[in-house]
Design a protein around this ligand. Structure first.
Ligand code: ZN
Length: 292
């Protein structure tokens, strides 16, 4: 059945669509080919071999036949996502991850680090980790990868890396104690959350394991990300859909970086001390593990 021209990819089903009478068109995010469309003929028939392989969040090794702008499903060895299917909250959170990739990524552009990040989020959701923490962590890392920031390590107004107390959605990052009164939308950030983000960003790509955040930190992170995304990423917050295309995203990210640099250059103190703020968090407030 497999032909020499067929391709073997590692992939995750992000979205499925019924097509004609018995077929399915699935959007897969793959390690080797990035985001691709796959047509599975007859996948909605009762006894189809393809049926379970093209269900949402199913993942594994897929053998595909290039066919125009799509790929045709040949066969697959999948690990199963049944743990998600019966859980409405978990499915909704997994859909947020899928939506970022479906709307935000171009077809046919492989990105190993992003694939690992999506894989990580799905694995953690399948393992039963607290879903909001997993998905906000995904968003934090995805936004950073897409060039949006936010800036977590230095005051967006003066550039100092010490005494960071607040966050400004409009300015796109953290604000120090000295500047917070001068930034209209600055709002306090719990220091355990800042410590969590600092440690999270220091984990080498692909080494992230289980992530936990206590409810106050989790809620604070969600609020910050919601406000930041609403301000800088054209988005329908109800479904967390990116309304802009990838090009608009890149342009918006570049404009934000530009503005941040200008602001920093014009700041009273210029570049401040580079020492890290002392971590004030207790280990019980947040935690994550490296590796699996
Ligand atoms: Zn400052």
């Amino acid at each position: 059945m497999e032909r020499p021209t067929d391709v073997r990819v590692e992939g995750i089903v992000l979205r499925t669509m019924a097509y004609r009478e018995a077929d399915v068109i699935a959007t897969l995010y793959t390690r080797e080919r990035g985001k691709i469309g796959v047509i599975a003929y007859g996948a909605r028939k009762l006894r189809s071999r393809a049926k379970s392989a093209v269900q949402p969040f199913q993942s594994g090794t897929y053998i595909l036949r290039p066919s125009g702008s799509l790929y045709r499903f040949v066969q697959a060895e999948t690990v199963g996502a049944a743990a998600l299917w019966g859980d409405v909250e978990r499915m909704a959170q997994a859909s947020v991850v899928a939506e970022w990739i479906v709307r935000g990524e171009e077809e046919g552009r492989p990105d190993e680090a992003l694939y690992r990040l999506v894989r990580w989020a799905l694995d953690r959701l399948l393992a039963g980790d607290e879903a909001e923490t997993v998905v906000r962590t995904f968003e934090l890392l995805y936004l950073r990868k897409a060039g949006f920031g936010p800036e977590w390590g230095r005051c967006v107004r003066c550039g100092r890396a010490a005494a960071l107390t607040d966050f400004s959605p409009a300015e796109g990052g953290v604000v120090c104690r000295a500047c917070r009164n001068a930034v209209p939308d600055a709002r306090p950030v719990p220091s355990p959350l800042l410590a969590f983000v600092g440690r999270l960003l220091a984990v080498p790509p692909g080494r992230l394991g289980r992530v936990t955040l206590r409810p106050p930190q989790r809620q604070a992170l969600s609020r910050l990300l919601d406000a930041f995304i609403e301000r800088h990423v054209a988005l329908d917050l109800l479904s967390r859909r990116i309304m802009a295309g990838r090009e608009d995203l890149a342009a918006a990210a570049a404009a934000l970086r530009e503005r941040r640099l200008k602001r920093r250059g014009a700041g009273l103190g210029g570049e401040g001390p580079t020492a890290e703020a002392p971590a004030e968090a207790s280990p019980a407030d947040s935690d994550f593990a490296m590796g699996r």
